[in-house]
Design a protein around this ligand. Structure first.
Ligand SMILES: [Ca+2]
Ligand SMILES: [Ca+2]
Length: 367
């Protein structure tokens, strides 16, 4: 028969062991919770830093949870306010005014021939320049001239007045994105160059296929400034810093002869020059880029200051009756003596059905 006194000491010592075990488990759980909290705080700090600083596109993608296969080759531009326009530029750039745009994705480069070819192969799309013009839309043009084609830059032989741009632009039958200078030219060595001779309608069709859209004029200028405030160029204050050309523009006697001092006559492969502060290439020069907005000369002073979408109508005093869409960024034809379009505030415009040998585009996405 067991001695009842034997079990008493064992019962007395079990409780401290259980308490000790519970204490140890509690300490371990608390330490794990604290470590998890520290890691979370670090993650929040890192993502906040990446969203505010202007890092390389790789980091920006990490900072934005909506990055996907659709945003490959794009940079996330954090929303914010900026000073749009310039008081030193052309009348249609004035006045400088503050505008807010929400964040958006934007292509790092102009759309290339290679990318546009992919779109055409996938959809069978035929650009406007490849189609016979509709006689009803051009009642004053003789029937024999209503043939597919596009507008090509042709340097004049001698001195010409800069007042008349028809002296260096020519409608060339058979010119289109595959044949930029006419039927005898091709793009086989220019697949990384920006696509040209795409009119506004063509650009919109491409954007829809790519699940994107054209940028508003405000988005385009905000992105082109690369985080700089009221600077005349996308890279800063000087046009030609350290004797280095920062964009593919025109050097020499415009429109007669381009000396090609920047390394290129005509278009250059995209991203041949350093990017701006947001990691975007050719926001100055190479080719003009279509924007979503209609063009009005004095639009700025009447536009809302938050996510402006452009006016409902268009008016160009030089060609009344021809509605035009905005283009931005300048091209390889821009020089000091003419449009100086490579400044972030500079504006151009063209009829949405018109393709030109110095005009292309890039796209954006809201999400
Ligand atoms: Ca050049
Ligand atoms: Ca450009």
């Amino acid at each position: 028969m067991a001695d009842p006194h034997d079990s008493k000491p064992r019962r007395r010592y079990r409780w401290p062991w259980l308490l000790l075990a519970a204490l140890i488990i509690g300490i371990v759980l608390t330490v794990l919770w604290v470590l998890g909290a520290i890691r979370k705080v670090k993650e929040i700090r890192r993502s906040t830093r990446e969203a505010v600083v202007i890092p390389a596109s790789r980091d920006l993608k990490k900072a934005n949870p909506t990055a996907s296969a659709w945003t490959n080759g794009m940079v996330w531009i954090p929303g914010g306010a900026f000073f749009m326009g310039s008081d030193d530029g052309q009348p249609d750039e004035r006045p400088v005014h503050e505008v807010h745009v929400d964040g958006f994705w934007i292509d790092q480069t102009e759309v290339t021939n290679e990318q546009f070819e992919r779109f055409v192969k996938a959809t069978g799309y035929i650009t406007v320049a490849e189609q016979k013009p509709d006689a009803r839309l051009y009642p004053n043009v003789p029937a024999e001239r209503l043939v597919p084609g596009s507008v090509v830059f042709r340097p004049p032989a001698g001195e010409v007045s800069l007042e008349n741009h028809y002296l260096w632009w020519e409608y060339v039958p058979g010119a289109n994105w595959r044949h930029p200078e006419g039927p005898d030219s091709n793009i086989s060595s220019r697949m990384k160059h920006p696509v040209v001779h795409v009119c506004w309608f063509d650009a919109v069709k491409y954007a829809q296929w790519a699940r994107k859209r054209l940028p508003t004029e405000a988005e385009w200028e905000y992105a082109s400034r690369g985080g700089l405030v009221r600077k005349p160029y996308t890279w800063g204050d000087e046009k030609h810093p350290d004797n280095q050309w920062r964009a593919n523009i025109w050097q020499g006697d415009f429109p007669k002869a381009d000396s090609g001092e920047d390394g290129f006559r005509g278009t250059a492969p995209v991203a041949s020059f350093a990017p701006n502060g947001y990691g975007l290439y050719d926001m100055a020069g190479n080719v003009w880029e279509w924007c979503q907005d209609w063009y009005l000369p004095a639009y700025y002073s009447r536009s809302p200051n938050r996510n402006p979408q452009g006016p409902d109508t268009s008016f160009d005093p030089n060609e009344p009756g021809v509605p035009k869409r905005v283009q931005r960024g300048g091209s390889y034809l821009c020089s000091d003596v003419y449009c100086m379009g490579y400044r972030p505030s500079a504006r151009m415009k063209a009829s949405p059905d018109t393709g030109l040998s110095h005009t292309g585009f890039r796209c954006v996405r809201s999400h």
